[in-house]
Design a protein around this ligand. Structure first.
Ligand code: GLU
Length: 280
């Protein structure tokens, strides 16, 4: 049976792009008689806000995109993330990193910089370092991890079979200084814990799947199928984003707009004026 999820981070208000993403995951599950879960990715205590959690739940109800079972909160699952980190420690695949942002920037000035999908790749300053001062995060030793995992593949329902290349990201952070677990570790573990068979999410997260496949392999987790759906763009051709103040769904809800009719229009491919969609 298929299981999908919508997994917003409560660090801002949901907009039309989220409604589209939730609809894709919801409709996929319903089309295959499966389950649709709502997971609140609230591990980042500095940016998550209870009022955004409440608004997400109200927006989903307003849209008529009903989820199955109780809402899942990442903040309730820290112990499972910590357990996975311990396993990776025991495998010798993670290391402590004491670098501050400015130290990383300074180190990058003295080295040939490698650029990954997220910008300059961490130069590996703390790899092999035994001690340091102050707070630290845990980074994955990417070369060692990939060496252990071997070749990695995955399938996207639209883009087809993929070879995963997580090395392009360098030594990613798995446990943050300011928040437990990174998105990569938490989302990968949760998708397995929730039995997600099909990860339906925006194509902006496509490249990250390489890291998720690597973690799944290292931690003996099942491999889901992926559908990275297209993104909605504003009149300037930019991706809708919380940071760019795209019109919040809550505003439409507050104005008494008809949520299910809004979703029905999206389903029929009718986008509001000025909004377009990237090609699949
Ligand atoms: N929490 C992520 C976001 O709001 C989505 C993660 C995912 O779907 O894998 O962008």
């Amino acid at each position: 049976m298929a299981a999908t999820r919508f997994a917003p981070s409560p660090n801002g208000r949901l907009h039309l792009g989220h409604a589209f993403s939730a609809m894709c995951a919801h409709d996929f599950a319903r089309a295959f008689g499966g389950k649709f879960l709502l997971r609140i990715e609230d591990i980042d205590g500095t940016r998550s806000r209870p009022e955004h959690v409440a608004a997400i739940i109200a927006d989903m109800e307003w849209l008529g995109l009903e989820h199955d079972g109780a809402v899942v909160f990442q903040s309730h699952r820290i112990a499972s993330y910590a357990g996975a980190l311990e396993r990776l420690k025991a495998m010798g695949l993670v290391y402590r990193c004491w670098c501050t942002r400015s130290e990383i920037a300074a180190a990058l000035k003295h080295k040939p910089v490698r650029h990954g999908p997220d910008g300059p790749v961490y130069p590996g300053t703390c790899r092999g370092r035994r001690d340091g001062q102050g707070d630290f995060c845990w980074r994955l030793d990417m070369e060692a991890a990939v060496g252990r995992a071997g070749p990695l593949h995955w399938t996207d329902l639209v883009a087809g079979p993929q070879q995963a290349d997580p090395v392009q990201f360098g030594d990613v952070v798995l446990w943050r200084k300011d928040a437990p677990a990174s998105y990569h570790l938490a989302a990968t573990l949760d998708d397995a814990a929730d039995g997600i068979s099909h990860v339906v999410r925006g194509v902006d997260l496509f490249a990250y799947t390489a890291i998720h496949r690597l973690l799944q392999t290292l931690l003996d987790l099942p491999e889901p199928v992926y559908w990275h759906h297209p993104l909605l763009l504003d009149a300037k051709g930019d991706k809708l984003a919380k940071s760019r103040l795209s019109q919040p769904l809550g505003e439409l809800r507050g104005q008494g707009a008809d949520g299910p009719a809004f979703v029905a229009a999206l389903r029929a491919g009718k986008l509001p004026l000025g909004i377009s969609i990237t090609s699949p």
